[in-house]
Design a binder for this molecule. Structure first.
Ligand SMILES: Nc1nc2c(ncn2[C@@H]2O[C@H](COP(=O)(O)OP(=O)(O)OP(=O)(O)O)[C@@H](O)[C@H]2O)c(=O)[nH]1
Ligand SMILES: [Mg+2]
Length: 454
């Protein structure tokens, strides 16, 4: 037992001694490594280009500049010479100054002359352009006037030129000036009135106006008689005219039937009317119901084409009634404002003209109830009083609503308007004053009377 205990103690002693030895070794290692870390490390080796340049060696001081050699002493000038030299120098300067000024003045003159020349050339150019513009404007104005005149056609006064120098002129010279109205003057007035194509009835009526005035001593002055006749004529010709519209009023189709004896100007008047209505924005269809001759349709076709109106035609020698019917039907289809139907002035059949026209009128009524809205009689003014007789005949057969009096430009018988209006009470709607489209004019009663008397 004791032996065992002794062995144990020895082992413990050995272990403790070993531990002490290890601890000592650790302390020594720690001390050594601490001293190593504290020692400064040498800088790392740098590449040659990154290395800072070696400090420059101080430069040796520049040798001091050599001083210029001292100027040679100027020769001594006399006061007189110095004064002369000064004066010469001044004179040179003045001459140079004058030369410079002269050069400047010359340059200025040249510039001014060049500018003046330029201005003169510019002014010339402006004047030339202004002259050209004025000439062009004058030419354009003349052209405009020509066009306006062509488009406006003749004035009523121009169209009545011959009538004015006939009936109007005779009346004016008879009743003008310092005269007293007595039986003799009354006789002369009677002669003027009865030879004026105004018709017997109207001539008698106007003479009565003069006689009444004389009897009442109100119109002893011929000027006053003239004034009274003028107002009476104006009253006679101023008849109400229906506006262009269908039976149902504005908006509906207006159907016009144009009648008259042959050669009075029906087809021409229809062409002019279509042009007028077309120009005022109305849509027009024309019916060539004069099937008597092919030329009549062709003549209307030319006018319709010019007026941009649609033409409805039939076969030559065909039934005028059926063409009239087709024209109205077509006008209704295309929503036209006006359908104008041309008719024959002379017939190829044995049937009397009036019967044929009555038939056309009836057919129009079948094509559109109430049609025609206007039965326009075309009269040739050159036939004078005969026109009144023709108008009476047509009025009785067809019931006229208006009259177009053509060829007033070529006759002195323009007084016939008064007779037609007075006897038939049918308004003159249009007057023809020439052959162009613009020569058909709406009849203006006031303008007519003015043109007749002035
Ligand atoms: N100077 C003048 N001539 C006119 C006028 N109106 C028509 N005329 C001429 O009269 C001639 C006959 O005209 P038309 O239109 O063919 O006559 P129309 O009544 O249709 O004749 P028919 O078809 O044969 O019945 C033509 O030469 C027209 O140029 C007018 O106002 N002044
Ligand atoms: Mg004709």
């Amino acid at each position: 037992m004791t032996h065992l205990l002794r062995g144990q103690n020895e082992a413990v002693l050995i272990a403790v001694a070993l531990l002490v030895l290890v601890a000592l070794a650790l302390v020594v290692w720690a001390l050594l490594s601490g001293r190593e870390a504290a020692r400064p490390k040498p800088p790392p080796e740098l590449p040659p280009e990154a290395r800072p340049p070696p400090p420059e060696a101080p430069k040796p001081p520049k040798p001091a500049q050599a001083a210029p050699p001292p100027a040679a002493p100027a020769p001594e000038l006399s006061a007189e010479e110095r004064r002369r030299l000064r004066e010469e120098e001044e004179e040179r300067k003045k001459a140079a100054y004058r030369a410079r000024k002269a050069e400047e003045a010359r340059e200025r003159d040249e510039r001014r002359r060049a500018e003046e020349e330029l201005r003169a050339r510019e002014a010339e150019e402006v004047a030339r352009r202004a002259e050209e513009a004025a000439r062009a404007e004058a030419e354009a104005e003349a052209e405009r006037q020509r066009r306006v005149q062509a488009e406006a056609g003749k004035t009523l006064a121009q169209g009545l030129e011959k009538t004015r120098s006939g009936f109007g002129g005779r009346l004016a010279s008879l009743l003008g000036g310092e005269k007293t109205l007595g039986p003799e003057l009354l006789g002369q007035l009677e002669e003027v009135l009865f030879s004026a194509d105004i018709g017997v009835k109207t001539a008698s009526h106007l003479l009565d106006v003069a006689r009444d005035g004389l009897a009442k001593r109100e119109l002893a002055d011929p000027e006053k008689i003239k004034g009274a006749m003028r107002s009476e004529i104006e009253r006679i010709v101023d008849l109400p005219v229906k506006p262009i519209a269908g039976a149902n009023g504005a908006g509906g189709l207006a159907v016009w039937m144009v009648v008259g004896v042959n050669g009075v100007g029906k087809t021409t008047t229809i062409g002019k009317l279509a042009a007028r209505l077309g120009a005022s924005g109305k849509k027009v269809v024309v019916g060539a119901a004069d099937t008597f001759r092919a030329a009549a349709t062709e003549q209307l076709a030319v006018w319709a084409d010019r007026a941009k109106a649609e033409l409805v035609r039939g076969a030559e020698g065909g039934d005028p009634g059926s063409v009239a019917f087709e024209a109205v039907k077509r006008a209704l289809e295309v929503g036209a404002d006006v359908a104008i139907v041309d008719t024959a002035g002379r017939l190829h059949t044995k049937a009397p003209l009036m019967e044929e026209l009555k038939k056309v009128k009836r057919v129009l009524g079948k094509a559109r109830e109430g049609a025609p809205d206007e039965v326009l009689l075309v009269l040739d003014a050159t036939v004078g009083q005969n026109a009144i007789a023709q108008a009476r005949q047509f009025h009785e057969a067809l019931g006229l609503t208006g009259i177009a009096l053509t060829k007033l430009d070529g006759t002195a018988k323009g007084g016939v308007v008064i007779g037609i209006c007075d006897e038939l009470r049918v308004p003159v709607r249009y007057v023809g004053l020439g052959e162009t489209a613009a020569d058909l004019r709406p009849f203006d009663p006031k303008e007519y009377v003015q043109a007749l008397f002035e």
